[in-house]
Structure formats: structure tokens, C-alpha cells
Design a protein around this ligand. Structure first.
Ligand code: M6R
Length: 618
């Protein structure tokens, strides 16, 4: 999730690059950089300063060679290597005559680096991208044109990329390419443009083009040429853009929350990317040795809010796959429970931001007691990621909406990956069992995309008078469905300001059922699991007391008589192959439900009242 921008034309390109990076800031701002081919070499400027990176870069380009009409720019959201200046893009080859920017992850970059000593090149950064700079430069040094050199190298690359490359020898040319990461190109009479997303070149280009996977684009002033990786020329499809600029910064969505909900298939896919290798899990950044992990006899999960709910699901996965006892504790309470910790207790801290003070304090407490700490974080090099002994990054990209959506889903995936990894290392599952479960996990991005198609159904339910006018909501679930119910209630509270309680279905009759009366809405998660029948029994109890029932069920169960009888409204969802994976899909309609009710009430879903995205006070 980085931003890339480039242009080649007849007028100075620097203003386009600086403005484009500013417009792409929502894609990441760990660092920013610009490169221009200038007088037989590459002029480059980079800044790593978090949210200040892009503005500092804009202020620091005053000494750029004047009048240069071709260049590339990058805003980074770190995945490989800390967010430092040396890791900032553009990266150059050893001669400093080629520069590259990249959004994505090169899965086989380690293999690719094996070639570098033979070519006399040495990596100076920790990034996966730099290796491509050296490989492409070597092809050019061998006599290839820049476009041929890019095509040759990309045929060897595995993973995701949107790249743009310039070379001092061809100072009007930018060569770009993509596989899975976003790339759009545009032209006007004199200039050709490229960017990760329309906003960066909106109002500049007259025509926009869709670039398909494994296409290489040669941009020259006012023109683009598209080929496949073998060099055969293709005609790009033109793309109509009707949004205004404000909408474009949100990718055409009305707010960041909806944009982020629709980024969930990608967030899940990216969190798995490169971590499943031939039916086994490979976790490079988990720096705890197999030996250490085999010694663990108890796991504590600490987190707040949505991250805590991901922990509740993670607990069941670890207990089920690994037969290890797990406790999940709200981070702000952890220290005060006198947890019994030592070298054989693993503390897993889950945090999108990696800066939540309660979770950070829990991490510090665990470390003082000698327990190894593993952080599941979305923000690379955040305080928690640095303080922990090991990190498993979710790779959801920056989340701007205060209500966590795509990061929560990525956390659920990461916790499954962690549980299966522990099972693999500790030998509590046979390799073929792990492989089968991973096969299911790999299908989940499609299931998430299918679940997002329930948006119209959910919106219709939220606008039905028996739901729209309700003031009290209960969310019920059992097993991992309990965590989904808690998360559904939290989402509704956060953005709609309606009273909502999440409850384990079986607990209702121990008190809260006294609150159920005609007009109360009960949303029950009854997708397929060992406990689905029991959830339906709990729904009978609230139905008998006059509640309006919204049932979330497996799409294969919509005509089951009990479902038809109990439900006032039904939300069908796809299965996921295992009930422990089901929360990854079951959360989606509850996000959409909260969103529909909140927007119908005219609330700002990105900035709900009284809330901050990152809570840094106790
Ligand atoms: O950054 P973290 O994951 O540590 O944040 C934890 C909670 O503050 C966060 O999940 C919060 O509950 C969200 N706003 C939920 O949508």
C-alpha cells in the first residue's frame, strides 16, 4: 500500500510529482521521494518523517535541476525494512543512473539477490525493491533498452508489484508495469502520466487507461505503449472517470470507511501473501526460534477494542489447533490482574496502530516479567513492533476511518496464520492438515468479496421501519460467533451512537433477556458451526418476547424452516470451509449494517464523535 506517481512531457514535472504525492498521502507516508533523469545521471531526494515526509519533501526539492520534464515519485507504507531514508524509494542501481519505485511485495526477492554478487552489485537498503534496480540496470548495461530490460527481469519476479523505472540514458522515458498492485495511466496532448490511483493525476490527464496484470507500459511525452511481458503490443482499455476530485481522494467512495470495507479482499490477500509456501507457513519476521515456541506452555493475548475481538477468535484457534491454553485480556486490565508470566508464557499483543498505550503498557509489563512478546501490528516499526520480540504484520495498508474494518479482518487472518504456525512448529497438526486449512484460508479473499455483495440486502434491512426506528440492539453469537457479535455491537455503537450490546447467546437468559421487548432488534450470527442450532434456540427465546430478528446465516441455509420461522430479515453469507475462519466473513454484513444506520442518521462515519483513531492516553 504505497503511492506511486510519474509523468513525462514538455513542461517541468516537479510540481506534478509533489502535488500527486500529496494527493496520494492516504496510501502511506512513512517516507516520500522523487527521482528525475537529469544531465546523464539521476537526481534524487528522499525524506522519512512519518506524516511530515511529503510536506518536507515538497520543501526540500528547491535545488532540483530546473526544467526537467520527466520523473517519478513515491510515498511509502513500509513492508520490508524500517521507514528510514535509506529504505525510502526511489531506489537506484550502483551507478546511480537508474531509479525505481515500487508498490507491492516481491515474494522471491531473496532468490533474486543471489544474482547480485555476480553482477558486482550490493544492496544498501533493507527493501525488496532495490534488487530490481540492480537487475534491470545489469540488463541495460548488457545492451538492452530500458523497456526490454524491465520485461526480462519481471519474467523472473514472483509477487505483487506496480513499478516505474527511469534511466539517465533515456531521459524522456518511464517504464511502468503491474501485477496485482494498482496502476493507472493517462495522457493529454503533451504528457503521459502514471499513478497508483486516479486522484494523483485527476484534472491533469484527459484520458485514463486501465492497465491489466503483467503489462509493461512505456510512457513518452503525450503517449503510452502497452505490451505483455514478452513484448507483444496490446491496446489498453480506456477508463471513464466521472468523479470530482474530493471523491477521487477516497477512490470514488463517499468516505474512507466504505473505501476500507471494499479493500478487505485485498487486505486479507496481502496478509497471507508470501506466508504460505507449498502448504506450509513461512513467517520471516517472527524472530522467536522454533525451540522457544516449543517451550511455550501458555499464551496470553492482550488488546483493546476490535483488536481484542480478534484476540477472542485467535484464542479459540490456538486452543483448537495447538492444544495450548490461552487467556485473552483487555490490555488496560492486564497488568492489574497479576498475570503469572515467565519465559514459557507467550504474550501476543494485537494492535492496528501499534501505539495504543494500554496495549503498549501490557507489553512492557510482560517483558519485565521475562515473557516473550509477539506483536500483531499493522503499522511497520510502530512502538509496539519495535518493543516486541517478534512481529507478525497485518498488511492492510493505512486505515483512516476511526472504525476499524479492514485491519480487523487482517488481524483475524493473522491470528489464524499464527495459530497454524504454532501447530506446525509444535507438531500438533499433521502437515497435510495444515496444508488443507491453508487451502481454505487462501480462498477467503473471494468469500470476503462475495460477502461484500450483501451490501444492498443489508442496506434494505437497515432502512426497514422495524430496524430503522429501533433504539436498542442486541448482537448474539456463540463460539467464535460471540466475538463477531461483540464486534458488530461495537461498530454500531461507534458510528451510529445507538445502544448496542454484544452477548454470547447462552448468557442472555442469565439477565439481559429482561431488556428484550417489542421494538428491540436482535442480530444473531447463526452461520454454520457446531453451535448454530443453539444460537437458533436462543433466538427463539428473544423472538417469543417480541424482538425483531435479523439472522446472519449460511447461504445454503436460507430455506431451513427454523430460519424462515424466526427471521424477520435474513442475511445470507458464503461458508469458509471451517467454522474458525467464519468470523472473517461474518463481520462484513455487520460493518455494512452499522454503516447503513450511521449514514442514514447523517453521522460522519470516518470521525465519530468522542473517538480518536489511536488512543495514546490511559
Ligand atoms: O490500534 P489498536 O488496534 O490498538 O486500537 C485498538 C482500539 O482502539 C480500536 O480497535 C478501536 O476499538 C476501533 N475504533 C474499533 O473500531
Amino acid at each position: 500500500m504505497c503511492g506511486i506517481i510519474g509523468g513525462t512531457g514538455e513542461t517541468p514535472v516537479l510540481p506534478l510529482l509533489v502535488e500527486g504525492l500529496r494527493r496520494l498521502e492516504y496510501r502511506g507516508y512513512d517516507s516520500a521521494g522523487i527521482a528525475l533523469p537529469a544531465h546523464g545521471t539521476i537526481w534524487r531526494r528522499r525524506k522519512a518523517g512519518g506524516t511530515r515526509s511529503i510536506s518536507e519533501l515538497g520543501e526540500g526539492v528547491g535545488d532540483a535541476p530546473p526544467g526537467i520534464t520527466c520523473g517519478i515519485g513515491h510515498s511509502r507504507w513500509a513492508t520490508h525494512g524500517a521507514p528510514t531514508e535509506v529504505n525510502a524509494h526511489p531506489h537506484t542501481d550502483a551507478s546511480g543512473r537508474l531509479a525505481i519505485i515500487h508498490n507491492g511485495i516481491l515474494e522471491n526477492f531473496r532468490e533474486l539477490t543471489h544474482d547480485l554478487p555476480r553482477r558486482g552489485a550490493e544492496l544498501v537498503s533493507e527493501t525488496d525493491t532495490e534488487v530490481l534496480a540492480h537487475l534491470i540496470a545489469a540488463e541495460v548495461a548488457g545492451g538492452a533498452g530500458l523497456a526490454d530490460a524491465v520485461r526480462t527481469c519481471l519474467r523472473r519476479v514472483e509477487g505483487k508489484f506496480a513499478i516505474a523505472v527511469i534511466h539517465a540514458d533515456e531521459p524522456d522515458l518511464i517504464v511502468a508495469a503491474r501485477r496485482s498492485s494498482p496502476l493507472v495511466c493517462g495522457t493529454d496532448a503533451t504528457t503521459a502520466y502514471l499513478a497508483s490511483d486516479i486522484p494523483a493525476i485527476h484534472g491533469k490527464a484527459d484520458r485514463f487507461y486501465v492497465i491489466d496484470d503483467d503489462r509493461v507500459v512505456e510512457l513518452t511525452p503525450g503517449a503510452i505503449r502497452v505490451t505483455d511481458l514478452q513484448g507483444s503490443e496490446l491496446v489498453p482499455e480506456e477508463r471513464e472517470v466521472t468523479w470530482d476530485l474530493a471523491a477521487a481522494e477516497k477512490g470514488g467512495y463517499p468516505d474512507f470507511m466504505s473505501k476500507e470495507m471494499y479493500e478487505q479482499p485485498a487486505a486479507v490477500r496481502d496478509t497471507l501473501l508470501g506466508r504460505i509456501v507449498q502448504g506450509r507457513i513461512a513467517l520471516d519476521q517472527v524472530r522467536l526460534s522454533d525451540e522457544d515456541l516449543r517451550m511455550i506452555d501458555k499464551v496470553y493475548v492482550v488488546a483493546c477494542g476490535s483488536s481484542y475481538h480478534a484476540g477472542l477468535v485467535g484464542k479459540q484457534a490456538i486452543q483448537h489447533w495447538c492444544r495450548l491454553p490461552v487467556e485473552v485480556e483487555i490490555a488496560s486490565e492486564f497488568r492489574y490482574q497479576d498475570p503469572v508470566l515467565g519465559r514459557t508464557s507467550l504474550v501476543v499483543a494485537i494492535s492496528q496502530s501499534g501505539e495504543t498505550i494500554d496495549t503498549l503498557e501490557a507489553v512492557h509489563h510482560a517483558k519485565q516479567q521475562g515473557a516473550p512478546v509477539l506483536a500483531v501490528c499493522n503499522v511497520v516499526d510502530s512502538s509496539m513492533a519495535r518493543d516486541a520480540d517478534a512481529v507478525l504484520y497485518t498488511r492492510a495498508g493505512p486505515e483512516i476511518g476511526v472504525a476499524s474494518t479492514k485491519c480487523h479482518l487482517a488481524q483475524l487472518v493473522a491470528m489464524q496464520v499464527l495459530a497454524l504456525y504454532l501447530a506446525q512448529v509444535r507438531g500438533t497438526s499433521y502437515p497435510e492438515e495444515v496444508a488443507e486449512r491453508l487451502g481454505h484460508l487462501e480462498q477467503i479473499p473471494q468469500r470476503v468479496a462475495a460477502a461484500l455483495e450483501s451490501a444492498d440486502t443489508v442496506k434494505g434491512i437497515a432502512s426497514a421501519p422495524d430496524v430503522r426506528d429501533a433504539r436498542d440492539f442486541f448482537f448474539l453469537g456463540r463460539g467464535v460467533g460471540r466475538a463477531v457479535a461483540l464486534e458488530g455491537a461495537l461498530k454500531l455503537k461507534e458510528i451510529s451512537y445507538l445502544r448496542a450490546e454484544g452477548y454470547p447467546g447462552g448468557e442472555l437468559k442469565h439477565g439481559p433477556i429482561a431488556l428484550i421487548e417489542p421494538g428491540t432488534v436482535v442480530v444473531a450470527v447463526a452461520t454454520r458451526s457446531r453451535l448454530a442450532g443453539k444460537v437458533l434456540s436462543n433466538v427463539e427465546e428473544v423472538k417469543a418476547r417480541g424482538a425483531t430478528v435479523v439472522l446472519v446465516v449460511d447461504e445454503r441455509d436460507v430455506d431451513v424452516p427454523a430460519v424462515r420461522k424466526l427471521a424477520d430479515h435474513i442475511i445470507p453469507l458464503p461458508g469458509t470451509g471451517h467454522e474458525l475462519f467464519q468470523p472473517i466473513v461474518d463481520n462484513i454484513p455487520l460493518q455494512l449494517f452499522a454503516y447503513a444506520l450511521a449514514t442514514a442518521r447523517g453521522n460522519d462515519v470516518d470521525k465519530p464523535r468522542n473517538l480518536a483513531k489511536v488512543v495514546t492516553v490511559e
